[in-house]
Design a protein around this ligand. Structure first.
Ligand code: G6P
Ligand code: MG
Length: 218
């Protein structure tokens, strides 16, 4: 049977955590008198914690000491984790379990490919950890998306060539990373934002099993 490597981003693809990252960054920006818009948040999706804070400071024209930088990063993550602590499997995005289970039934290798350093505890919390053959997250990479590193490592773990991998992403940086890795990119979100993706869907309810079969047999 044909096998493809299926790689999933986490935040905004598997779980509805993008809103918590936004809230935590927004509160942090406010605390240092920087305005932070939805459009700017869009540019932070898929981007590592360090890079995100660097961008916010850049937008606000602020330079701060290393100590303050470290403490702000800690503050953001503490608030984010306080949201995560209350999370349940209700926050798994629609039809994600159906797609994962179908891929498992079809014996397709599955990896996570996320910039988050909180990926494992989140997957554990929503009881999805066991669905993945490999987990590649922010602890395993040195280069942030749009660099393809995270997806290339995931392909290696799955023992698949990059061109035989398919990436599900909700961020512009992630779609670009998948494209650079020479993988098929599937954008989950808005067409205007994710127009660089090979395919775009609003969410997984629009991805039926016959489309997945098509990807497997491509
Ligand atoms: C994902 C999210 C980003 C987040 C990054 C790091 O890519 O889309 O918004 O900043 O992960 O997440 P972490 O949980 O390590 O702060
Ligand atoms: Mg994401």
């Amino acid at each position: 049977m044909t096998k493809k490597g299926f790689i999933f981003d986490l935040d905004g693809v598997i779980v509805d955590t993008a809103k918590y990252h936004f809230l935590a960054w927004q509160n942090l920006a406010k605390s240092i008198d920087i305005d932070f818009t939805h459009e700017q948040n869009e540019q932070l999706k898929g981007v590592s914690r360090v890079k995100s804070l660097e961008k916010i400071l850049e937008w606000g024209n602020k330079t701060i000491s290393e100590e303050l930088f470290a403490s702000l990063m800690g503050k953001k993550n503490d608030e984010y984790l306080s949201f995560i602590a209350k999370m349940t499997d209700q926050e798994i995005l629609p039809d994600v379990p159906r797609v994962l289970d179908y891929l498992i039934e079809k014996k397709q290798p599955i990896s996570l490919g996320s910039a988050s350093k909180n990926a494992r505890p989140i997957l554990d919390k929503v009881n999805l950890l066991s669905k993945f053959d490999a987990i590649v997250d922010g602890n395993d990479v040195s280069k942030a998306k749009p660099d393809p590193e995270v997806f290339l490592i995931a392909a290696q773990h799955l023992n698949m060539k990059p061109e035989d991998c398919i990436v599900f992403e909700d961020s512009v940086a992630g779609v670009q990373a998948a494209n650079t890795a020479n993988m098929i990119s599937i954008g989950i979100g808005e067409k205007d934002v994710l127009h660089e993706a090979d395919y775009i869907f609003s969410d997984f309810t629009e991805i039926d099993n016959s489309f997945i079969d098509k990807l497997i047999n491509k």
